[in-house]
Design a protein around this ligand. Sequence first.
Ligand code: PBG
Length: 327
Amino acid sequence: MSYPRIRPRRLRRTPALRRLVAETRLDPAELILPMFVREGLTEPRPISSLPGVVQHSRDSLRKAAAEAVQAGVGGLMLFGVPAERDATGSGGIDPAGILNTAIRDVVAEVGDATVVMSDLCLDEFTSHGHCGLLTPAGDVENDATLRAYAEMALAQATAGVHVVGPSGMMDGQVAAVREALDVAGFTDVSILAYAAKYASAFYGPFREAVESALDGDRRTYQQDPANLRESLREVALDVAEGADMVMVKPALPYLDVLAAVRAAVDVPVAAYQVSGEYAMVEAAAANGWIDRERVMLETLTSIRRAGAQMILTYWAVEAADLLRRTG
Ligand code: PBG
């Protein structure tokens, strides 16, 4: 019997050896915390399908933003939940709307200590829940929606946001937003494009978080989960239109897409670990079926390894604390 001379196990022998040869590391600076703020709340309100995540009041949002900065997270992604909605989503454009107000609040609180980002989409503000404007027949109208996104981008930039995140999957949305920002002199505001965004059932709990009014689905604008090459086309278009960073969403079920996008472009690539990904782990952990913290870090590590440089995750603050403690 011959014994192996080459033994990969030698490098796994002690924690110090494993740490030395680790190919992927997580850093709090790469984690982005999505946050919800609900118009009219005086206290934060829990979201039952996202244990540990809340709809913030304006006050609690400011406090939580400051805590996230303390934890060292790389950025905050703000979502607004208005008290009233209408067919054109005017609350997203109104400077006094909840999201634009929240941007001003958070920027006043944290300044440049972290990167303040905002969701640029109409779905939280429309009475029908779609990401764009509808034709009389009920179809989502691409080019009219672009004009609304351009106005929304200006409102968010005026409120002081560092990065806008167009997430509606309209054709030409990055170009429309870039042009509107540049013409108005906001050449320094960056675009994190939701470039490859799938029509995913993993967004379920998010719909509760934003009290979505959607009846139906988004399959005429979000991508078919069956497709990968289509993502490369979407990403190439967004980069050509001026995206500073691109995102793949959801994350864990789309690691192959993430790896392909990483290989195809030079701009920073982000992944969004979405509400359903988070909720599945929380539910299994609450039942005692999995080790919550280990699964949390394993999912984040996998998403990094596949090619995401930045990760949007509802665990951002907790994971950042954990990483600092366990180093
Ligand atoms: C659209 C938007 C959605 C999410 C982020 N931005 C919902 C959708 O496209 O239906 C989902 C995020 C999550 O599930 O955590 N504004």
